[in-house]
Design a binder for this molecule. Sequence first.
Ligand SMILES: [Zn+2]
Length: 197
Amino acid sequence: MHHVPKDTGWIEVVVGSMFSGKTEELIRRLRRAQYAKQKVQVFKPALDDRYVAGSIASHDQRTLEARLIDGPSDIYLYLELGTEVIGIDEAQFLGKGLCEVVQDLANRGLRVVVAALDQDYRGVPFPEIPELMATSEYVTKNLAICVQCGNPANRSQRLHGGDSKVQVGAAESYEPRCRACFRPEVIGQQQFDMGDD
Ligand SMILES: [Zn+2]
């Protein structure tokens, strides 16, 4: 994929819309590290209870064990001696302090691989994610396929307003759409409840 830096940590960010294969890519990279006998720890926000608690799962059901955390600084509570690679899934829901913690881990010599939605269902960037992309060494932007027209899709179309505060990864609630087919106004201008904006 790229030259592996020596004697330093670094940050890889995998972003995109829903159904763009972010988690699959995260799992792929972390598994390769495990095959190379590196010690890997995986974290994800506790509110993401899709499929299996305590693991990260791609839409195609591949899984990797993950520690549930309530915020970025919880990583320090569980960080084990000898860990070389940190994986974080659904990082957009970890909230304030994500960049600071990820930078610190990389500065300590760890490789940090972060998967995150870059935009919410209104097409607005999630807090922390743009800064994370700017300050990382490697950014991979995944595109999904627009279900309306087949174009590359970088937006997550919300299909129901719902009254649930958080709708994470619910396949029936979202579909990937391209710029031309995206309709943020369909569900009105209600505020997205996650994040700090
Ligand atoms: Zn389209």
